[in-house]
Design a protein around this ligand. Structure first.
Ligand code: NAP
Ligand code: MG
Length: 504
């Protein structure tokens, strides 16, 4: 019998009052490998979680930040200790290869240690007063109860980017992971709760972190519109992000949105071709193309185009598809049948768009054991032009659209010509071109001689234009989202001093 998992509300593991559940299955072996069942929660469960988080906030905000940081230190230690087992189960749950799920856990570990040390920083500013015998200070203070809604493609890293800084800042949390990756979320919540108990002992506060499984349509919507949730941190599609922004923003909640991308890698005619090939293979087909920063467009200088495509096809042909926990596998399955159907839909759109040429893949991969999962062949289109749908819309699968450019300006114009602006990359040996690209590319992240994927946990992460609403995760920048500023004036003059009036 499949293992039955629960929600975590007010410090206890509980069933949903709906008594309904959903299944979690291995996308590489769908029929045979049932991982477990999870509660399909309802509005009442969200309410319970919010009430618990609200009550816990009164106490958690008063725990000194360095001690809150100590909890995150222990979280990082536990994740490190169990990294391999956690990664194995993540691959089983969402399909990407084990080297990548290990990286996903490592990003969580890095984020934990960063948050732990931030507990001893959380710097404020002070400034001189315009009056004598008066002191001006400013502090970061927690906001309150946060709602956290996350996707399945980085089932560990993305929740940690949000929950760890939010917690160290003194906020309490209601967390709804994607229905496709509830087990990784459960593991994370267990680890955080164990660390809370170890570090806080008798000061343990139930309800600081609550986990509510279930659908976006029910649980996500209930969180977004809940009057007792002060802010929402969301990563996912632009479509859902817009909806959340409308509902939560309408209620004056603070909202952080990390949304889609249509990232491109430029390769100039002077580039190191082998290096650029390694990068595009990793960027386009790593995580089966299901990364927000995936390379879904390749912009090749026309002088090297044919030679590059020749080499690329030879390299792609060597990539091995399979279950990501097996040795030697390069590409796992798409995460679900729906996701694979969506990929195939875009491939058909590409085929129908008159000038694009399908030069590799373009079909389900069904040979042998691959028939058991949602595998799709790595796919390459050439002769793609800027305004085709496969050059504009996020596909979120192993599909690469290749465009040609005549010079640097042309390349940058093509790169910038979409609604998104998350990641970008240029391969060139010309320093002037590299610096111009860094200046002129419209994206939150630009790599020079590197793939579009591979962000580091202590750097700002996020995008411009339709990729988000201006916030950044990662590094020091995320702490601006999870805190309010409080300005404090201390007057020790013994008289009423009127700013702007008495001194001018
Ligand atoms: P999604 O469909 O937008 O779902 C993301 C999360 O939102 C899931 O937990 C989902 O729940 C929930 N949700 C769905 N409808 C909702 C609603 N009406 N109200 C509140 N929550 C709702 O995205 P996805 O398919 O999981 O992930 C792929 C997308 O995420 C891509 O567009 C990708 O670019 C983006 N992404 C962006 C970044 C970044 O940092 N910029 C990083 C990773 C991924 P259920 O699915 O359980 O129903
Ligand atoms: Mg979805």
């Amino acid at each position: 019998m499949a293992k039955k998992y629960q929600n975590f509300i007010n410090g206890e593991w509980r069933d949903s009052s709906s008594h309904e559940s959903f299944e979690n299955r291995n996308p590489a072996d769908w029929d045979n490998d049932l991982i477990g069942t999870f509660p399909s929660s309802n509005v009442d469960d969200v309410d319970d979680a919010v009430i618990a988080a609200r009550a816990a906030f009164k106490k958690w905000r008063l725990i000194p930040a360095p001690r809150r940081g100590d909890v995150l230190k222990v979280v990082g230690d536990k994740m490190l200790k169990h990294k391999d087992e956690i990664a194995f189960e993540m691959t089983r749950e969402m399909g990407k290869v084990i080297a990548e799920t290990k990286g996903d856990v490592q990003e969580g570990i890095d984020t934990a240690y960063y948050a732990a040390s931030e507990g001893r920083r959380l710097f404020g500013f002070n400034a001189p007063s315009e009056m004598p015998n008066k002191m001006n200070l400013s502090f970061r203070v927690p906001i309150g109860v946060g709602g956290f809604i996350t996707p399945w493609n980085f089932p560990m890293a993305i929740p940690t980017w949000k929950l760890f800084p939010a917690l160290v800042c003194g906020n309490t949390c209601v967390f709804k992971p994607a229905e496709l990756t509830p087990k990784t979320a459960t593991t994370l919540v267990k680890i955080i709760d164990e660390a809370m108990k170890e570090v806080l002992g008798k000061d343990y506060i139930p309800g600081v972190l609550n986990l509510v499984h279930g659908s976006g349509a029910i649980v996500g919507e209930a969180m977004t519109s809940h009057p007792e949730i002060d802010f929402i941190s969301f990563t996912g599609s632009s479509e859902v992000g817009k909806r959340i922004n409308t509902v939560a923003g309408g209620d004056l909640k603070r909202v952080s949105l990390e949304l889609g991308g249509k990232n491109a890698q430029i390769v100039m005619d002077d580039a190191d071709m082998e290096l650029a090939l390694d990068a595009v293979l990793w960027g386009a087909f790593g995580t089966t193309g299901q990364r927000c920063t995936a390379t879904s467009r390749l912009i090749l200088h026309k002088k090297i185009h044919d030679k590059f495509i020749d080499k690329l096809i030879k390299r792609v042909d060597k990539l091995k598809l399979g279950y990501g926990n097996n040795e030697g596998v390069d590409i796992g399955p798409c995460v679900s049948e729906t996701q694979r159907e969506n990929v195939n839909k875009y491939v058909n759109i590409g085929i129908e768009e008159d000038k694009a040429t399908l030069v590799y893949g373009g079909d389900y991969a069904v040979k042998g054991d691959l028939s058991k999962g949602w595998f799709y062949k790595p796919t390459i289109f050439t002769n793609v032009t800027q305004y085709m749908r496969i050059a504009q819309e996020e596909i979120f699968g192993p599909v690469l659209s290749v465009l040609q450019c005549k010079d640097l300006d042309d390349a940058i114009a093509i790169l910038n010509g979409t609604q998104y602006g998350l990641s970008s990359s240029i391969f060139t040996k010309n320093v002037n071109n590299a610096f111009k690209a860094v200046r002129d590319i419209e994206a939150g992240i630009t790599y020079v001689n590197g793939a579009t994927i591979g962000a580091e946990a202590h750097m700002p992460f996020g995008g411009v234009k339709a990729t988000g609403n201006g916030h950044r995760e990662g590094g020091w920048t995320v702490y601006d989202f999870y805190t309010e500023w409080k300005a404090v004036y201390i007057d020790y003059s013994g008289k009423l001093q009127r700013a702007q009036i008495d001194n001018y």
